[in-house]
Design a protein. Structure first.
Length: 174
């Protein structure tokens, strides 16, 4: 199944690109990949609930809600959640994980960012070393400096939370 529910849309101001994605756990992974690809530029994301499949105007409703959500929060907030099926304490923990992720990547150097990108692609330090033209020990130090294990743990916890069964609600929520 396709990840995109609708085409990417660039707003008239040229500053907002929206996508409607049909899988929240993959939406988070996509946001991480986009953020790392754009590093050191910061990108902001909103993960929101959507009307049920087949609802009239679903695509526009989702885009408008995401835009309004991001306008309400601090520009320093890289990822915001508006998920009525999750409790406020869950949303708070998810926001803390996202802040941890952002803090870790904010400390990266270009070498660390390249090491993380290459490690995600290859999965083995020896292959990263060949890719970057450095020793395996240098790769190990770069990944440690990038705090890759902490990133991986935060991302795993977020994926698990987003793929957990949702409480049943009626649309529109609240």
């Amino acid at each position: 199944a396709a990840l995109l529910e609708a085409n990417l849309l660039l707003a008239e101001d040229g500053k907002t690109l929206t996508a409607v994605i049909n899988d929240s756990s993959k939406a988070f992974d996509l946001s991480v990949a986009l953020q790392e690809a754009a590093w050191p530029t910061n990108i902001r994301f909103a993960l929101i609930s959507a009307p049920p499949a087949g609802a009239a105007g679903k695509e526009n409703t989702v885009r408008e809600k995401a835009t309004k959500t991001l306008l309400r929060v601090s520009p320093r907030c890289a990822f915001h959640f508006d998920l009525p099926t999750k409790s406020q304490s869950e949303i708070g923990m998810a926001a803390a994980l996202v802040q941890l992720h952002g803090s870790l990547t904010a400390e990266w150097t270009e070498a660390r960012a390249n090491a993380v990108r290459s490690y995600r692609a290859h999965g083995k330090q020896a292959e990263v070393a060949d890719d970057l033209g450095v020793s395996q020990q240098a790769v190990s130090q770069m990944l440690r400096g990038a705090r890759y294990k902490e990133l991986e743990n935060a991302e795993g916890a977020m994926r698990e939370w987003l793929s957990a069964p949702k409480r049943t609600t009626l649309w529109p929520p609240r």
